[in-house]
Design a protein around this ligand. Structure first.
Ligand code: GLA
Length: 667
């Protein structure tokens, strides 16, 4: 179990370093991420490298038994680099440069940036590849953060090259992009630009391809650094820090290139529900590389600096959120950063060692958490045994949020709502790509799978055929991988397994917007009713039974929720986006049918329960104490219990809980 933080010793006089080391040991720190933003310190000008300070701090850490996750420092080019090679700078949609003076001001496509970054990494790994203190390599930092897309000339050139590789001929590109529309026919790749500012809507496949290209361009930078690390003979695991569900980078594609997944996660202490979004991020990280523990690479000990209001964490909250990561598959709990900065934009950002010193609540909680993590039982990797999977696909995310659709909605927010219903009920969930092996799951939920490749559709249909329960929601199976309609209407691939046909999307005015028009459609579901939002699709059954109907609007009396028995399984289709009461009702029924159960029931709203192997972790995310009836061995107290008392933000690890399993045979 790693415990530590980003460590930026270059911000401090060397006389402070020995105290840092003493305090790290006091806190139980066993790994630090070193040098994330140290490029200008390591390479003060193009021809000078200064590693001596880095040698000294690495030796100090090593002598103290503290391991190093060595950063490659490539995320913030020094002023000399951008002054000499201004083509490094990225540009916005208008072609205007993002200037130096902050960080992350580089175009991932810039040959000059790549050349300078590879030289830096080469020198760094030559020196430290075999250093016994270095246990991990931390490539760059948060790829895509601050600058989700770069529209510079470097990006233009690289985009053209990328398109040439993807399509081989401009005719193939014209076909994929549907360029007879609006006279967009290209005669050469040289005529193509990134989707820079234009009078009106861009070609949707151009937007989609530019998203693909952007993710690939950043991934190429990662690959470039990783290959330099490997070429130097370094054998340590290589990571780069992810940012939870981050739209610009297709993490499914990235995950296979990382040896260890690591994540930065900053739930807002002002939001009492933020522990659910952090749970979402943790489950996503675990799902990206199942069976391999991931590392919580950054979180805050308390307040941040970058929200309009930066509340401190409540007493105990830092530990509760850290334990949540461990329970959901992390084998490392790290912070940004070790010692609070004295200068710079992040000087109000909390740290393990606060500016106000060691007499603080933060410091005592840091020391306590270090001790708790040090005494934790070894939890088995990847043993969460989730029986529910939610389909997440970055390409779909990009396409479904393209403009000019029946109604705008936030894909991630909807996926998080589905996750939230399961989380509230302590149902364990994995995330999957639509092409993933699904045989372990009893229920697969595919929210708004607008872009659906044929092979993935066949995979989902096969899952039902083999006895699984599949729930597909509105605005799914609409386009192919080029964001084009398929011949034959909508639901052309899943229609037969769902037993429905789709005629119209029935767009509603998004909830919360002020314009005229219908915001919801009433739906009758058994003895209850709920509101459907965003879509009130016009569907007809083609074999499916109707479980709920619209009771208002143009399609009054038409099906809103259907179920089809197909092969050995069942396929459900939901023609709207239910409000929260509707979500609860519906999921209750789907879970019953699929035979999926919570790991623990009847818990207070603020308590979550997670099963990893034979250990149940219960965490209270509120300042009101909670008591839970459950028996087993409390692993931290080392005693048998038949009731677990959780203080404010308290947690417990209970082994051998004799409860029912979290699934049974599906009905
Ligand atoms: C990100 C960065 C860190 C720091 C934190 C502040 O996660 O990686 O360098 O800026 O945000 O919250």
């Amino acid at each position: 179990m790693y415990y530590g933080a980003d460590y930026n010793p270059e911000q401090w006089p060397e006389s402070v370093w020995p105290e840092d080391i003493v305090r790290m040991r006091e806190a139980g720190v066993n790994m630090v991420t070193l040098g994330v933003f140290a490029w200008s310190r390591i390479q003060p000008d193009e021809d000078t490298f200064d590693f001596e300070w880095l040698d000294r701090i690495i030796e100090l850490l090593h002598d103290a038994g503290i391991a190093v996750d060595l950063a490659t420092a490539t995320a913030s080019p020094p002023p000399w680099a951008t002054a000499k090679y201004p083509e490094i700078l990225p540009a916005d949609e208008n072609g205007a440069a993002y200037w130096p003076g902050s960080r992350q001001h580089y175009s991932p496509s810039s040959p000059a940036y790549r050349r300078l970054a590879s030289r830096l990494v080469t020198r760094l790994v030559e020196r430290y590849a075999k250093h016994p203190a270095v246990v991990m390599w931390h490539v760059n930092n948060e790829y895509g953060c601050h600058l989700p897309q770069d529209f510079s000339d470097s990006a233009r050139d690289a985009f053209r090259k990328w398109l040439r590789e993807r399509y081989e001929s401009v005719d193939a590109l014209n076909e994929a992009w549907g360029t007879w529309f609006w006279s967009q026919r290209y005669t050469s790749f040289e005529e193509i630009y990134p989707p820079r500012r234009a009078p009106y809507s861009h070609n949707p496949c151009q937007l989609l391809d530019f998203r693909r290209f952007t993710s690939d361009a950043m991934l190429d930078c990662f690959r470039m650094e990783k290959s330099i690390i490997r070429a130097a003979g370094a054998t340590q695991p290589v990571t780069t820090n992810f940012m939870g569900p981050f739209k610009p980078a297709n993490y499914w594609q990235w995950a296979s290139e990382l040896d260890v997944i690591s994540d930065d996660c900053y739930p807002d202490p002002n939001d009492p529900e933020s522990f659910r979004t952090s749970a979402f991020a943790r489950d996503l990280m675990r799902s990206l590389k199942p069976d391999t523990p991931w590392v919580l690479m950054e979180q805050s000990t308390s307040a941040l600096n970058w929200r309009p209001s930066n509340a401190p964490k409540a007493p105990g909250q830092m530990a509760a959120l850290s334990i949540q990561a461990v329970a959901r598959g992390a084998d490392g709990v790290m912070f940004f950063q070790w010692r609070q900065s004295r200068a710079g934009a992040e000087k109000f950002h909390s740290a393990m060692l606060p500016h106000a010193g060691t007499g603080t609540r933060t410091w005592s909680e840091v020391v306590q958490l270090g001790a708790d993590l040090g005494s934790l039982p070894q939890l088995p990797a990847g043993a969460m045994d989730a029986r529910v999977a939610i389909v997440v696909d970055w390409e779909n995310w990009w396409a479904v949020e393209n403009p000019d659709h029946p109604v705008e909605f936030d894909y991630l927010a909807q996926v998080q709502r589905w996750y939230g219903v399961f989380h509230r009920q302590n149902i364990q969930v994995d995330f999957v790509h639509p092409s993933a092996a699904l045989d372990h799951y009893q229920l697969v939920v595919a929210p708004h799978l607008y872009l659906l490749r044929s092979a993935d559709a066949a995979n989902l249909a096969g899952f039902v055929d083999d006895g699984g329960h599949l729930l597909v929601t509105a605005f799914s199976d609409v386009v192919d991988e080029n964001d084009q309609f398929r011949p034959g209407g909508y639901l052309t691939q899943l229609g037969s397994v769902l037993g429905v046909a789709l005629e119209d999307f029935g767009a509603l005015v998004p909830p919360g917007s002020s314009g005229p028009g219908r915001k919801s459609a009433r739906v009758r579901f058994e003895e209850e009713a709920f509101n459907g939002t965003y879509f009130a699709e016009q569907i007809q059954t083609a074999g499916a039974e109707v479980l709920a109907r619209f009771t208002s609007g143009y399609n009054e009396g038409a099906p809103a929720l259907t179920r089809n028995h197909a092969g050995a399984g069942q396929a459900w289709y939901l023609a709207t986006v239910p409000d929260s009461s509707g979500l609860g009702l519906l999921i209750g029924q789907v879970l019953d049918a699929a035979g999926v159960k919570p790991v623990l029931s009847n818990l207070p709203e603020s308590v979550e329960a997670i099963q990893r192997g034979n250990v149940l972790t219960v965490i209270n995310h509120d300042d009101v104490p909670a008591a839970i009836d459950m028996s087993g061995t409390d692993l931290l107290a080392g005693e048998a219990v038949d009731k677990v008392h959780l203080g404010p933000f308290g947690f417990a690890f209970i082994a051998g809980h004799a409860g029912p399993p979290n699934y049974s045979a599906a009905s």
